[in-house]
Design a protein. Sequence first.
Length: 400
Amino acid sequence: MSKPVTDLIHHPYVPPAGFAAPQPGVFKASTVIFPNVAAIRARDWKHKTGYTYGLHGTPTTFMLEERIAALEGGSQCVLVPSGLAAIAAVNLALLKSGDEVLLPDNAYGPSKALAEAELKGWGIRYALYDPMDPADLQARIGPGTKLVWLEAPGSVTMEFAPLAHLAQVCRQRGVTTALDNTWGAGLAFNGFDLGRGDRFLAGSGADIVVQALTKYPSGGGDVLMGSVVTRDDALHQKIKLTHMRLGFGVGANDVEAVLRSLPSIEVRYRAHDRSARALAGWLQSRPEIAQLLHPAFPSSPGHEHWRALCGEDGMAAGLFSVVFDARYGSARVDAFCDALKLFKLGYSWAGPISLVVPYDIPSMRRAWPHKGTLVRFSVGLEDVEDLRADLEQAMGALRG
Ligand SMILES: *Cc1c(COP(=O)(O)O)cnc(C)c1O
């Protein structure tokens, strides 16, 4: 007869199988118990046929991986602790000392910082290309180029790149491509099929599609997570091995939060999109605004590429930027942002709360044609008329 503490730990009760709730269970594990030594010697974690250790997968993580792979139109998925970790995992899996990676000039800022501050220190070179010009990308691909990042629209400045043409250039040169698909969220377009039936662009798609699940898949503004999706099994195994060696595991409660939000992703995406377009249109008509940057508006750079990829009635995220007229200096634009009541000052997007951030673009980009200050809006799920009224009252603070 063992002592109660031992009995508690080795309790024989097993709940009945076949619990058929729609939500999956939350399985937490570092240790996974093997039935015998033969099983531990024969362990295989690579093919999702069994369990070996929490880091390599649990029923909960496998469930989310399969759903995100389906959302992106891919076959395999690896979960990582943030969107930025997804970018890092791809870089570290594919690049070695002496290699070069190319990033669009308008890439997500921390991705550029990773290349500049970390990759360079490991002997991995990087260069920026003009995402609106496939010929510029073509010219920059050299013998050492092993990976090209794609992203649309551009972070903060919202230009929509001709992704299919960029991917085609890379395919012709035999260079692997990775797309940051956080904006499209697997809904606005398919990152593995960027040609959309255009026979000149047939087969033009990214090899790897990453997403910050922090944004639309979570939708709550509370969870950080990222995904790396592939269609090619060899590429997946390479990334999966790097993921294991780096120890980029995710927590089961966070995975559960994303699994809970995922079924409503399309209705949320459409709601953010609808409100963002209404507010963007209103701002565009205001005399204080010099330029609207929203890919679904014809006046925005790359609108034709958005239309070709996402369709005439295509979807767009709830994200846009405006450039204020140059007669309003940055102090006046700061006062506008401070005066907003419903729009809060903060990073990230795709949560229920509307957010706003002013940016100093000349310090972030090689070439930038505008004089005025840029402000990025992430439109949440509040009533759109309340949001419009908030923008209108803050215009008073802009004029001073
Ligand atoms: C937010 C974001 C990321 C990073 O995601 P985190 O989970 O915040 O690390 C990467 N790419 C894009 C385009 C993003 O918007």
